[in-house]
Design a protein around this ligand. Sequence first.
Ligand SMILES: [Zn+2]
Length: 299
Amino acid sequence: MGNCDFVDLAAWAKTKSLRLSWVSTNSIVGLTNRSNRLRGSVGSRQLEINGVKTWLSSPITSRNGLLYITTLDMRTLLDPILVPVRNKPGQRVRVIALDPGHGGRDPGFKVGKEQEKVLTLLWARRLKARLEQAGFEVILTRARDVYIGLDDRVAAAWRARADLFISLHYNAASEGSAAVKGVETYCLTPAGAPSTNVQPEQQGSTAKLPGNTQDTHNILLAYHVQKSMVTRMRVEDRGVRRARFVVLRNTDMPAILVEGGFLSTPDEARRIADPTQRDLLAKAVVEGVLAYKRLVERR
Ligand SMILES: [Zn+2]
């Protein structure tokens, strides 16, 4: 364990005025200060930040009675959320590119009569209206049922000089897992780190990608959108996750991919198809974006 790669959790906590305490002896650890409450477990990559599930790149480890997290997790998860970066003066969050997943010959997940491509477009339209009400300018990478390549979606955001890129998807679990449900928000995996859902032997290159220039903004946006969805709606929190999805790799503006629920789970499929619930989901995403905007534009 090289000193340069790991940080003493207690020492780091002190710099943030966080009080470290054991919630259960030698396994669950809590970190609290006036405005934040974190909870993690030794040996686990899951870390709850203010009630929102997040994933560390490496588990919290214990050695000689001390707890450690990686420098990478401190730099790309904890610090950006607890001490958000500020944009340069005048750099506003104004134009948002919404990317309804799939389309045309690519239906995405198909469960019964529902097709992901149809539902992501309905969600995007509702979200566009809600974002415009909140004062944002919005472009859609597709406004109808048409196939658009992943690189072209990113290019559309560039052309519009979008300040944020938000890709919208719905999930489905493999057969026999009809109980899997909840919402999750992805942002690009930091360079050198493993993605959340990928087995170690399947990890490809972990080299730095263009989207990694936005690491601190990516995680802040993902966290606030996820937090808003799980606090404003009755949905299960599947957490802020990391992936090297094509639409997150080359986006040079802060970018996230939101999975709005599981089509494979009947009660969630009903929620996803319900226009009132769709509007609630759109409102929750808008509130998350506004929370992010307030933080990065604060002076
Ligand atoms: Zn999808």
